[in-house]
Write a protein that binds this ligand. Structure first.
Ligand code: NAD
Ligand code: GLY
Length: 362
């Protein structure tokens, strides 16, 4: 295999199974597009940052089809119901029938909104994820969670709607800002930390290559994380159990993101700090050792990720925000903790005093 040969990972969901292609030069590959599309109508959903960079290349792949584009303004603030309405209008304007397809060209914001729009048009049409951030390649584009935000909270409205394919063209990462790229690496580390110790050890050896965006290392990292997530999704598509493990670091992380009004920390940065806190709490509960926490934090730091709570954030406020997490039930906090690298667990009923002490010590 040459260094840039595409990799393919199958997300095994019976008749709804789909491939995740990972490689270079995929956007403009017309033959691949023809093999993935059922009909002739395509709506490309993107944003005002990504479209000027990559829509021309994608249009080469879509030659001969009836397609148009709908662009969101850039940012989480635009992942709204109002924009779903506008995207549905754009499908109407295109004359889209049930065999139409939405192509999501962008990061997780575009992908989540595009998938939700696809789940609504004529009660569900195809969509293809073309993730252009590392976070979207390794996490949000795979697994079929779609949705939008409401003024009262993030991701409160949505549907499980699996894509028909995912096409991760790593050439697009060349223009991704360094901070966004590192935030994506946090989601790579998360997959290894939860359930794949050999992958974690590989990341420790490949940290410099990954920071340099070396193509071979990148393809391998994306493929291994997607392979791990695909297995979890295949076993627990709608998060009745195991899939909740993918939220390692997220209960702490979401509280940190919210406390920072979604401007202080990127999602991946919140997850990086949150994973460290989950590891410390596990240590406090005698589930894991100090050496496990140190190993995780060492890798995160090497990858340029934050591992401490930003100055000025109040532990009591963070705890209050954690009580609002979607995973909680029956008034009990439900957290993803671990027994060391590769061994995460769902834990209910953790005493708030232990969580607070962990926050205060960090
Ligand atoms: P994002 O979509 O906002 O993209 C980050 C920034 O990078 C944006 O400014 C975007 O315009 C820019 N960008 C994207 N690709 C680029 C490129 N190739 N070159 C230059 N700039 C580029 O953020 P994200 O981190 O990709 O995704 C976050 C979203 O994903 C959140 O809404 C979150 O809720 C969602 N999410 C969903 C899931 C899921 O399972 N569905 C999982 C994790 C996160
Ligand atoms: N990002 C968490 C999940 O897909 O379940």
């Amino acid at each position: 295999m040459n260094m840039t040969a595409p990799r393919i990972i199958d997300v095994a969901l019976g008749q709804r199974s789909y491939p995740v292609w990972i490689g270079a030069g995929l956007l403009e590959d017309a033959a691949r597009w023809r093999s993935m599309l059922r009909g002739r109508h395509v709506l490309v959903l993107s944003n005002t940052t990504v479209a000027p960079l990559y829509l021309d290349r994608l249009s080469e792949g879509l030659q001969g089809l009836t397609w148009s584009s709908f662009l969101l303004d850039d940012g989480e603030a635009h992942k709204t119901f109002a924009n779903v309405g506008k995207a549905l209008e754009a499908l109407g304007g295109l004359g889209a029938t049930r065999d139409a397809c939405i192509v999501a060209l962008g990061g997780g914001v575009v992908g989540d909104l595009a998938g939700f729009t696809a789940s609504c048009w004529m009660r569900g049409i195809d969509f293809i994820q073309v993730p252009t951030t590392l976070l979207a390649m390794v996490d949000s584009s795979v697994g079929g969670k779609t949705g939008v935000n409401l003024p009262v909270g993030k991701n409160l409205v949505g549907a499980f709607h699996q894509p028909r394919a995912v096409l991760a063209d790593i050439d697009t990462l060349e223009t991704l800002p360094a901070r966004e790229y590192r935030a994506g690496l946090a989601e790579v580390v998360k997959g290894a930390a939860i359930g794949d110790e050999p992958f974690f050890a590989w990341l420790e050896h490949q940290a410099d290559a990954l920071l340099a965006r070396d193509q071979a290392a990148l393809i391998e990292a994306i493929a291994r994380k997607v392979q791990y997530k695909a297995g979890v999704v295949a076993r627990d598509e709608t998060e009745q159990g195991e899939r909740a493990l993918l939220n390692f670091g997220h209960t702490f992380g979401h509280a940190l993101e919210t406390a920072g009004h979604y401007t202080t920390l990127l999602h991946g940065e919140g997850v990086a700090i949150g994973m460290g806190l989950a590891a410390r709490l596990s240590e406090r509960l005698h589930m894991s050792q100090a050496a496990d926490t140190a190993r995780l934090q060492r890798l995160l730091k090497r990858l340029g990720l934050p591992v401490t709570i930003p100055a000025g954030m109040d532990p009591q406020q963070l705890l209050a925000l954690m009580r609002l997490d979607k995973k909680n039930s029956g008034g009990q906090l439900r957290l993803i903790l671990w027994r060391g690298v590769g061994r995460a667990e769902i834990v209910s009923g953790v005493a708030e005093a232990d969580i607070l002490a962990t926050l205060q010590a960090s």
